[in-house]
Design a protein around this ligand. Structure first.
Ligand code: ASP
Ligand code: MG
Length: 422
C-alpha cells in the first residue's frame, strides 16, 4: 500500500463536470489499495475573480488579513465539493482547511512561509479508510491566530509539504498538460514532454518563468527528498518525474532540457552613474530596502570622456514603482543623471545540466536569435542556465526559434487539455 498525495490545480476542478471526473480518478486510486491525500486549488480562475472583486469594492489595493480571508474561501469551496463528489461515489472522504490540516505558517499575509506541518487529523482520516481532502494555498499563524495564504500558486507547496510530513511515496501534481515540456506547449505546439528532470533543472526553469510548477514547491521537495510526478488530470499518460539526484549518482544529462519565458518583469536603468567604487552598493541598497527581488543586472563600461556608467536591472513588474520612487528620493545622494523604466521586456531562459560540459551553447543561442532578427538587450548565466532579455513582443518567437535551433521539436503536437492560462 502506497501513500499518494495528489494535487489538482484550478483548471482540473473548474466546474461540476471536472470535479466529478477528478473524484472518479481519486476513488480509482483509493480502490487500487492506496492511501490518498488530495490538495485542491480554487475552481478555475476563482482566485483572480476574488481579487477583481476586492479591487472593485475599495480604491486602495487590498492586502493583508481580509484579503487572505477572502482568497482562502476559493479553496474551501473546491475542497468541500470534491469531498461531496467522492462520497457520492460511495467512498468515504473528509475535507480540511489548511489550519485543520496543520499547515502552520509565519504571520506574513499573502506570502506566508510554512514553519511546521502537524497533519494529525489527515492521518486520522486515512486510518479510518477515508480520502483526506485539504484546501491548498493556506495556513494558520499561531501568534496572530489568523488565516494566511502562501502566495499565488501556493497549492503546489501545500501538497509537497504534506507529502514530506506524511512520508508519502510520491506527490502527484495534476495539471492541464501531460507533464513538463521542453517549452510551454501553448507557445510551442511542437514542445516535447520530458520524462525525467532533475530538481536542479526544474528550479532553474521555474525561476525562468515556467509556470507548470512553482519554485517554492520545487525547493521544498528538493530539501525534503519528495519525488514529484507532474501529470495531466485529463489523461492517464505517464507524466514527468522530478527527481533528486542522489549524492554520487551519475545520470546522463541532456545538454538542453528546456526553455522558459517570462513576461512578468520590468527593466530599470540608472543613467549616468559616477564610475567610482561604492555606487553599485549604494543603488542596490536603496532598491533592497523596497524588498524588490532583483533578477538580472548589467553595467555598461563607462566612456572615458564622461566617467559615467549606466546600470540596468530587472525586477517583478509590481515592484518597479516602489524601486523607482526610492531611487528618485536619493538621486542627489547617489549622483546619477536620470532613471529609465522599461515595462516591455521579455526574458528567455535556456536550461540544461549538460551545459556544464558542453561548449558552444551560448553561441548557438545568440545565433538563433540573430537569424530571427531578434535583438538581445541583456544576458546573464548560471552554471546550467543562460538568460537573455528581448522586447516583450518578440519573446514567443524567440522561444520558438531557440527551441528549433536546439532540435527540441517533437514529431507530434503537444495536447493542452484545458485552462485559460490566466
Ligand atoms: N488558488 C491559488 C491561486 O490561484 C492557489 C493555487 O492555485 O495554487 O494562486
Ligand atoms: Mg489558480
Amino acid at each position: 500500500m502506497a501513500l499518494i498525495v495528489q494535487k489538482y490545480g484550478g483548471s482540473s476542478v473548474a466546474d461540476a463536470e471536472s470535479i466529478k471526473r477528478v473524484a472518479a480518478r481519486i476513488v480509482e486510486t483509493r480502490r487500487a489499495g492506496n492511501e490518498v491525500v488530495v490538495v485542491v486549488s480554487a475552481m478555475g480562475d476563482t482566485t483572480d475573480e476574488f481579487l477583481d472583486l476586492a479591487l472593485a469594492v475599495s480604491d486602495s489595493a487590498p492586502t493583508g488579513r481580509e484579503l487572505d480571508m477572502l482568497l482562502t474561501a476559493g479553496e474551501r469551496i473546491s475542497m468541500a465539493l470534491l469531498a461531496i463528489a467522492i462520497k457520492g461515489l460511495g467512498q468515504e472522504a473528509r475535507s480540511y482547511t489548511g489550519s485543520q490540516a496543520g499547515m502552520i505558517t509565519d504571520e506574513k499575509h499573502g506570502s506566508a512561509r510554512i514553519v511546521e506541518v502537524t497533519p494529525g487529523r489527515v492521518r486520522e482520516a486515512l486510518d479510518h479508510g477515508a480520502v483526506a481532502i485539504v484546501a491548498g494555498f493556506q495556513g494558520f499563524n499561531r501568534l496572530t491566530g489568523d488565516i494566511t495564504t502562501l502566495g499565488r500558486g501556493g497549492s503546489d507547496t501545500t501538497a509537497v509539504a504534506l507529502a514530506a510530513a506524511l512520508g508519502a511515496d510520491v506527490c502527484e501534481i495534476y495539471t492541464d498538460v501531460d507533464g513538463i515540456f521542453t517549452a510551454d506547449p501553448r507557445v510551442v505546439p511542437s514542445a516535447r514532454k520530458i520524462d525525467r528532470i532533475t530538481s536542479e533543472e526544474m528550479l532553474e526553469l521555474a525561476a525562468g518563468g515556467a509556470k507548470v510548477l512553482y519554485i517554492r514547491a520545487v525547493e521544498y521537495a528538493r530539501r525534503h527528498g519528495v519525488t514529484l510526478h507532474v501529470r495531466s488530470s485529463f489523461s492517464h499518460n505517464e507524466g514527468t518525474l522530478v527527481v533528486n539526484a542522489k549524492d554520487g549518482e551519475i545520470v546522463e544529462e541532456p545538454i538542453i532540457t528546456g526553455i522558459a519565458a517570462d513576461l512578468s518583469e520590468d527593466k530599470i536603468t540608472v543613467v549616468g552613474v559616477p564610475d567610482i567604487p561604492g555606487k553599485a552598493a549604494q543603488i542596490f541598497t536603496i532598491v533592497a530596502r523596497t524588498n524588490a527581488n532583483i533578477d538580472m543586472i548589467v553595467q555598461n563600461i563607462s566612456s572615458a570622456s564622461t566617467g559615467l556608467a549606466d546600470i540596468s536591472f530587472t525586477l517583478p513588474k509590481f515592484q518597479a514603482q516602489k524601486a523607482l520612487d526610492a531611487l528618485t528620493d536619493e538621486k542627489n545622494a547617489v549622483g546619477f543623471e536620470s532613471l529609465q523604466h522599461d515595462d516591455q521586456i521579455g526574458k528567455l531562459a535556456l536550461v540544461g545540466a549538460g551545459m556544464r560540459t558542453n561548449a558552444g551553447v551560448s553561441a548557438k543561442l545568440f545565433t538563433a536569435l540573430f537569424d530571427a532578427g531578434i535583438n538581445i538587450e541583456m544576458i546573464s548565466t548560471s552554471e546550467i542556465r543562460i538568460s537573455v532579455v528581448t522586447r516583450a513582443e518578440n519573446i514567443n518567437e524567440a522561444v520558438r526559434v531557440v527551441h528549433k535551433a536546439f532540435e527540441l521539436d517533437a514529431e507530434v503536437e503537444a495536447v493542452v487539455y484545458g485552462g485559460t492560462g490566466r
